[in-house]
Design a protein around this ligand. Structure first.
Ligand code: MG
Length: 308
């Protein structure tokens, strides 16, 4: 059962965070019963939020106009992260097929990438599409480590990398190869930086639970430098994140959703009763923050719009 809306609670570290909040905004609990809610993506034309229930192998949907929650697909190839391409078509990471795909309502689908140098990916986790149409995604092993969220298998590639798919040729290149378990990712607004979360603490004692920032030359399709640790998660791990129109990063964590300025200053936290995995801005004005958190989907209204 979903719970009644209640006043949202926040940790405020800088007054600037208050300006991003809607006074008296409620935390709405929209859906429950998930086993690992992840990968939310908002489709404006449908006023619908899709998200993954990874361990139950389901794709879920929430219709803003009717408030109805429904299964959009089951089984769902153990889908995880989602985004939209430049035409507004949904792009999905699938642990089950170990690929990144594009799909349309009605069942048509197209594989964007399923191999690197002839070897199958581990289990693509999260994905972004740049303004030139190139597709950038992370490939940790969570979907092949066990049968919990995919199909257990040995890694063919032997490492967990970030890849780029060329929009013209479809060629796949490994652009970041120095992470333990790359996870969520997003470009800065000017697309000169790529932020990538590393959740490697899941596999390495005292391992990474931070976001690193890399320099990108989008025209050349290359990561040219950087890689410094940009922020370390206060508790738990950062998984997925999105930017607002001013370039702030809203990222998941153990306590809820943390909001950072582009220079890495933590402004505040939207508190959730469950561990958050990923977020997405939605609503016709993109001022609704959706939060996929363990068993549930939550939302609050905020005073800043999400970036496209
Ligand atoms: Mg993820």
């Amino acid at each position: 059962m979903t719970r009644p809306a209640e006043p949202a609670s926040f940790d405020v570290y800088h007054d600037r965070f208050v300006d991003l909040l809607v006074p008296g905004a409620d935390l709405e609990h929209l859906a429950d019963g998930c086993t690992w809610a992840e990968g939310p993506v908002y489709v404006e034309g449908e006023q619908t939020l899709y998200w993954s229930d990874v361990r139950s192998n389901r794709l879920m949907r929430f219709d803003e106009r009717t408030g109805v929650v429904a299964e959009a697909a089951r089984p769902a190839n153990f889908c995880n992260g989602h985004t939209l391409d430049r035409e507004g078509v949904i792009v999905a990471c699938e642990h089950g097929t170990r690929s990144v795909v594009r799909w349309w309502p009605g069942g048509r689908r197209e594989t964007i990438a399923d191999r690197f140098e002839g070897k199958r990916f581990n289990s693509p986790n999260d994905v972004v599409v740049a303004s030139d149409g190139s597709v950038w995604f992370t490939d940790p092993t969570y979907g092949i480590d066990s049968n919990a969220e995919g199909y257990q298998a040995e890694s063919e590639i032997g490492s967990s990398n970030v890849y780029r798919v060329d929009p013209a040729s479809g060629a796949v290149t490994a652009v970041i190869t120095d992470m333990v378990r790359p996870n969520g990712l997003a470009f800065s607004l000017d697309e000169r930086s790529l932020y990538v979360a590393d959740t490697g603490v899941s596999h390495v004692e005292d391992g990474p639970r931070h976001i690193r920032r890399y320099d990108v030359d989008l025209g050349a399709g290359l990561v040219t430098g950087g890689g410094e640790v940009w922020a370390t998660c206060p508790e738990g791990v950062f998984d997925g994140f999105r930017l607002d129109v001013d370039g702030r990063i809203w990222t998941s964590g153990l306590q809820g959703v943390h909001c950072y300025e582009p220079d890495g200053t933590l402004l505040g936290t939207v508190r959730l009763p469950e561990v958050c995995a990923n977020v997405e801005f939605g609503g016709p004005d993109r001022r609704t923050l959706y939060m996929a958190a363990n068993t549930s989907l939550y939302r609050i209204r905020v005073a800043v719009r999400g970036a496209r």
